[in-house]
Design a protein around this ligand. Structure first.
Ligand code: ZN
Length: 447
């Protein structure tokens, strides 16, 4: 079915335009007119920008948001957080996983994310045995995406070891574990479903070089991997190989534009330069990285070297597209004691620079035509509430800066995903149903 959306102002690939009509069919933009009058009765919004791809999510972790913010007996860290996560996920079955994913995906849409790359490592039943359908839990994510309207790229995760050097997995990791042949069956099942599928070796801790060689041929497209999130991981990688994680990947794994290195937090200046030159995307998750105490990615140097980046919600502790962009800039301001550090030229809006960069890198990392209001791209549009008092007298880049730095998700009036208006007045059209299912799951988990 053909639909149209009329935007008084819209951010197109060459900049702001007026009186834009977007025509969509089967979720894609099939025609785009500018400086054209509205037709009475068609959907009309004041100001629209492309929906942001969320390049890194573990949807199930949303249900533990707030459960790991209590001081423990010893120093708390990423590693103690991970123990809480392992205990929590022992109680999740397929229905719970689907309900949490639908809730998280609806939240993403309301927050300005119109597509998600789900880095999916929760494969098996709580005792570690596979479900009758080895791709059961992955498919529950596809169902949740279809129910909410969010676009999805599935990244089934290959996970086999506890740490570098092929150490056997711990009991807490048993739901994640596959050998290369069973992993290939999961990839194949998702591909048969028609999904966009990449492969995700979890990290150099969890996959050996031989296993990497075995699973990389399963994709002709995307490869995502966690790398250098933690200082301890860098030290362990040095002890194992004499190289740092990102250095090892750049030297040994053929990292190029198909790759997305998640976090890549701890980089030397040389690694920063080389990663930028590789054409890969740095998958930055600034809110989660702050929550977990990971460290600060050198965005300022990396962007100055023309490095590609996108943002992800990772643990889903707080879901907000503008919030991720803001935290990315604020981490640089706090560490470098300056302002407007991630825009590149005098007079350039920082909100616009961050949004544009994350749209391009996000689309590349999801391997789909996303992130631009242009023919052939998915019709994903975030419409800001220009009636808000904070927006009075503002438009275009000033509206973006107000969204990113001041209002966050409260600035979003409507969201179109694949041409469908799935968020109205800031709320997903099926919000109450997702909420009811999710609250029931959450109560069951804490009972
Ligand atoms: Zn992650």
């Amino acid at each position: 079915m053909q639909t149209t959306l009329f935007l008084d102002r819209a951010l197109l690939p060459d900049g702001w335009a007026s009186d834009v009509r977007i025509t969509c069919e089967d979720g894609l933009i099939t025609a785009l007119q500018i400086d054209t009058p509205p037709i009475s009765g068609e959907s009309r919004e004041a100001l629209g920008v492309p929906g942001l791809p969320n390049l890194h999510s573990h949807a199930f972790q949303r249900a533990m948001a707030g459960l790991a913010e209590r001081r423990g007996p010893a120093a708390d860290s990423f590693w103690t957080w991970r123990e809480v996560m392992y205990r929590f996920l022992a109680r999740l079955g397929p229905d719970e996983v689907e309900a949490i994913a639908a809730y998280a995906f609806a939240d993403m849409l309301e927050a300005g994310f119109t597509a998600v790359a789900e880095f999916h490592y929760l494969h098996h039943s709580p005792d570690g045995s596979p479900y009758a359908d080895v791709a059961e839990l992955a498919r529950r994510h596809l169902k949740a995406a279809a129910d909410t309207g969010i676009g999805i790229t599935m990244l089934p995760v290959f996970y086999a070891h506890a740490t570098f050097g092929g150490e056997p997995p711990t009991p807490g990791q048993r739901r994640f574990i596959n050998d290369p042949s069973r992993f290939a069956r999961i990839v194949e099942a998702l591909r048969k479903d028609g999904a966009t599928v990449g492969v995700a070796p979890h990290s150099l801790r969890a996959a050996t070089p031989d296993e990497l060689q075995a699973i990389l041929p399963l994709t002709d497209g995307l490869v995502h991997i966690h790398a250098a999130e933690q200082v301890k991981e860098v030290e362990d990688c040095l002890a194992w190989s004499g190289q740092r994680p990102v250095e090892w990947l750049l030297n040994n794994a053929g990292v190029d534009a198909r790759w997305c290195l998640i976090h890549a937090t701890h980089l030397t200046p040389q690694e920063t330069e080389n990663l930028a030159r590789s054409g890969a995307v740095a998958g930055l998750c600034p809110i989660t990285e702050a929550n977990l105490g990971d460290g600060i990615f050198p965005s300022s140097a990396y962007l100055a070297a023309n490095g590609r980046f996108g943002v992800g919600t990772d643990s889903n502790i707080a879901i907000d597209a503008a919030g991720e962009l803001r935290q990315l800039e604020y981490a640089q301001r706090l560490s470098l004691r300056g302002r407007n550090l991630l825009s590149q030229t005098e007079g350039e809006s920082t909100g616009r620079a961050l949004l544009t960069g994350a749209l391009q890198g996000g689309a590349q990392a999801l391997g789909q035509p996303l992130g631009a209001l242009a023919v052939g791209h998915r019709a994903d549009v975030v419409c800001l509430n220009m009636d808000h008092p904070d927006m009075a007298g503002r438009s275009d880049d000033l509206a973006l800066d107000t969204w990113v730095f001041s209002q966050g998700r409260a600035a979003i009036a409507a969201v179109y995903a694949g041409g469908r208006r799935v968020v109205e007045n800031g709320r997903h059209i099926h919000r109450s149903a997702f909420n009811a299912r999710y609250s029931a799951v959450l109560k069951g988990l804490t009972a």
